[in-house]
Write a protein that binds this ligand. Structure first.
Ligand code: ZN
Length: 586
C-alpha cells in the first residue's frame, strides 16, 4: 500500500471515549506540548452528541486537543501559541456539502458564460453575443445556469433566440439542473439533429408544433451535442477545482462529496494533493454510466484506489464509490413519477410520467456488482417511482449480501413515497445504508420551476425533512452546485424556510410542515454529512481528536432570526488548523 494512504478505523473508539470527557482533561493537556493555535472568547457550537457549546478550542498538529471555557483554554497556551480572539463570534464545524460538483462547476465559473442570474431571454442572448465576440468562427460558446423559472418570459431559451447572434459558432447552454440545455442551429447541425431524428433511448428532443427541434435537448438527447465539445484541458480542470476550493473556504465549507467524476478529474485531484494544494476534504463518486460494461469499468477505477475510510492525504481525498442515475430532473419533467407531471402548477403535462435514465433491470445488476464488491453506491433519484426502485434495489442486495456501513444513498430523493420512507428508515437501522442526500436549496433556487412542475399537492411532499426527523432517517445536506449556488448557508436557510426565489406560485408552494429547525439543519451539513463522506471519525463535529476544520460566522445561527440565515457571513475558515480564509485578509 502506498505510504500516502492512511486509515482511520481505530480512531473512532479513541475519539468517542474522549468525547465523553470532551471538555478538557487538564492532566493530559499539561503533559503534552502547548497548542499551536487557540481560538477563545467565542461561542463554539460543537455539534457533538449533546450539542455542547464551548468558549475556546486548542489545536495542535491540525487537530483539536482541547475544548472548554476561556480560562481552561487560555491556560494551555505556551509562548509560541498563536491566539485568535473571536470577540464573541460564533464558530461551527467546517460545513460539509454531501453533493456538489465542484470540479465541473469550477471549470464553468472560469471558462463558461454565466447565465445563472439572467432574468430574461434577451439577457441570455446578449451574454451569448458578448461571449461570441471573443471567439474565432467555429469555436464553441458554452454557457451554464439558465432556468426558465427565473426568466421573465417563463419559457425555454431556444435555437431561434440564439441563431441571430451565433451564425458562425456552435452554442451550447446548459440548464442549471444539467439535465437539459439549448443548442443553436449550428450545434444541432454538427450533431446531425433534425426534424427527422428520433428521440434516443432515455432522452427527449424538444420540438415545436411542426415537429422541428427547438434546440432544447433533454437527458441522453444532450449527448449528441455534448460529445462534440472539446473537454477541459488538464490545466483548466485543476484551475476549476482550485477556484471552487477558494469559493468553499469563503463560505466555511471544508468537505465535499463530488459525484459523477471520471479519470481526468481524479487525476487533477491527485495532482493537487501531491502539490499540497488540496486544502479540502473531497470524497468522489465515479460515474458508472448506464450499462453493466460501464459499471465494470468504473469498478476497476474504484478498485485501484484505497477503500473508505482509507484515504489519500489524511482524509483529503477519498474514492468513495459509484454514482448511477435512475432518472432525470424535476426541472425538465423527466424524473420518473407515479402521477403525471404538471406544468404551470395546475396544468397537466398530459401523458408525461418521466422515465428511467438507466434500464431498471440493468440498474439492479449494476448495484449488485458494486455491492458485492463492497463499494458504496449513490443513486440519483428525483421522482417517487425512481426512488422506490432504488430503495427496493438496495433492500434486495442488502438482503442477499448483508453488509453494514456501505451507506448506499439516494441522491436528491425529492419526493419519496411512504414506502420509500419506511424502507430508508429500515435500511439505516439494519444496514447503515439508505441515506437521502437532500437538496433543500432546490426549493429556493429552482423552486419556481419545481413548484410549477410538481403541482400544488405533490409539492408539499418535496424534501420531507421533518418526516425524516420523525422517522429517525438521517440525511446529508447539499447544494448540487452548480445546480444551486455553492454556499451551504443557503441550504441551512432553505431547510428551515422552504421559500422559492421568486414566489411565482406563492412564497411557500412546498408548505412549511416539512421545515426543520436550525439545529437539525446544521447537523445535516456537519455530522450527518460526514458519515456520507466516510469521514465521521475525522470531521463533522468539534471534538477532541478530530481535524480542526472550523468556520467562524458574523452571527449566531442558533439564536438569529431563521429568515436571515441565508445572509450569514463567514469571517474565517480553518482547514486542519490552518487559516485558509480570513475576511480581513482579502
Ligand atoms: Zn448532482
Amino acid at each position: 500500500m502506498p505510504a500516502e494512504i492512511d486509515g482511520c478505523t481505530r480512531f473512532r473508539r479513541v475519539a468517542s471515549s474522549l468525547a465523553a470527557a470532551a471538555f478538557i482533561m487538564a492532566g493530559a493537556a499539561r503533559a503534552a506540548p502547548p497548542p499551536e493555535l487557540i481560538l477563545f472568547h467565542g461561542r463554539i457550537l460543537t455539534v457533538d452528541a449533546q450539542d455542547s457549546i464551548a468558549e475556546g478550542v486548542a489545536i495542535r498538529d491540525g487537530k483539536i486537543v482541547a475544548l472548554g471555557t476561556d480560562r481552561e483554554i487560555l491556560r494551555l497556551a505556551g509562548p509560541t501559541t498563536r491566539r485568535i480572539d473571536l470577540h464573541g463570534r460564533t464558530a461551527t464545524p467546517g460545513l460539509i456539502d454531501s453533493h456538489a460538483h465542484i470540479a465541473d462547476g469550477g471549470v464553468g465559473e472560469l471558462y463558461h458564460v454565466d447565465l445563472s442570474n439572467a432574468s430574461s431571454v434577451a439577457e441570455v442572448v446578449r451574454r451569448v453575443q458578448t461571449g461570441i465576440a471573443a471567439l474565432k468562427p467555429g469555436e464553441w460558446l458554452l454557457g451554464d445556469g439558465w432556468d426558465e423559472g427565473k426568466l421573465a418570459e417563463r419559457r425555454y431559451v431556444t435555437a431561434a433566440d440564439l441563431d441571430p447572434v451565433s451564425a458562425h459558432n456552435p452554442v451550447w447552454l446548459t440548464h442549471t439542473t444539467g439535465h437539459y440545455g439549448t443548442a443553436n442551429s449550428a450545434a444541432l447541425k454538427l450533431a446531425k439533429i433534425s426534424a427527422s431524428s428520433a428521440d434516443p433511448p432515455a432522452g427527449t428532443i424538444d420540438r415545436d408544433a411542426a415537429r422541428a427541434p427547438t434546440g432544447v435537448l433533454k437527458e441522453s438527447a444532450q449527448d449528441a451535442v455534448v460529445n462534440l465539445i472539446p473537454p477541459p484541458t488538464a490545466r483548466q480542470q485543476r484551475d476549476g477545482i482550485l477556484r471552487s476550493i477558494e469559493d468553499l473556504h469563503r463560505e466555511g465549507v471544508t468537505a465535499v462529496k463530488d459525484p459523477a467524476i471520471g479519470q481526468p478529474v481524479w487525476d487533477a485531484y491527485r495532482e493537487l494533493l501531491r502539490e499540497g494544494k488540496l486544502s479540502e476534504h473531497v470524497c468522489v463518486l465515479w460515474y458508472a454510466g448506464t450499462t453493466l460494461a460501464s459499471a465494470q469499468a468504473a469498478l476497476a477505477s474504484i478498485q485501484r484506489a484505497p477503500r473508505p475510510p482509507q484515504s489519500l492525504g489524511e482524509g483529503r481525498l477519498l474514492s468513495c464509490g459509484a454514482k448511477i442515475f435512475m432518472d432525470g430532473s424535476g426541472g425538465a419533467r423527466t424524473a420518473w413519477v407515479t402521477e403525471v407531471w404538471h406544468k404551470n402548477s395546475t396544468d397537466i403535462d398530459r401523458g408525461n410520467f418521466g422515465y428511467p435514465s438507466t434500464d431498471p433491470e440493468v440498474y439492479r445488476q449494476m448495484v449488485e456488482l458494486f455491492h458485492r464488491a463492497g463499494v458504496h453506491v449513490g443513486t440519483h433519484a428525483v421522482g417517487d417511482r425512481a426512488i422506490d426502485w432504488v430503495v427496493d434495489t438496495y433492500a434486495q442486495v442488502l438482503g442477499e449480501t448483508p453488509t453494514t456501513g456501505l451507506r448506499h444513498s439516494i441522491i436528491h430523493a425529492n419526493i419519496p413515497s411512504d414506502h420509500a420512507l419506511k424502507t430508508m428508515a429500515e435500511l439505516q437501522t439494519r444496514f447503515d445504508a439508505g441515506y437521502p442526500e437532500a437538496q433543500a436549496p432546490f426549493m429556493w433556487w429552482i423552486g419556481d420551476t419545481y413548484a410549477g412542475n410538481f403541482g400544488p399537492e405533490r409539492a408539499l411532499r418535496l424534501v420531507p425533512l421533518n418526516t425524516y426527523l420523525k422517522m429517525g432517517i438521517r440525511w446529508g445536506g447539499g447544494s448540487d452546485y452548480p445546480v444551486t449556488p455553492l454556499a451551504a448557508r443557503y441550504g441551512l436557510w432553505a431547510s428551515v424556510q422552504r421559500e422559492t426565489l421568486k414566489g411565482t406560485y406563492g412564497a411557500h408552494p412546498f408548505g412549511t410542515a416539512e421545515s426543520v429547525d436550525i439545529h437539525s439543519a446544521l447537523r445535516s451539513y456537519t455530522v450527518w454529512g460526514a458519515r456520507q463522506l466516510f469521514l465521521e471519525d475525522r470531521i463533522g463535529s468539534l471534538e477532541i481528536g478530530k481535524d480542526a476544520d472550523i468556520a467562524v460566522w458574523d452571527r449566531d445561527m442558533y439564536t438569529m432570526p431563521a429568515a436571515q440565515l441565508r445572509d450569514l457571513k463567514c469571517t474565517m475558515t480553518l482547514f486542519k488548523g490552518q487559516v485558509v480564509y480570513d475576511s480581513k485578509r482579502p
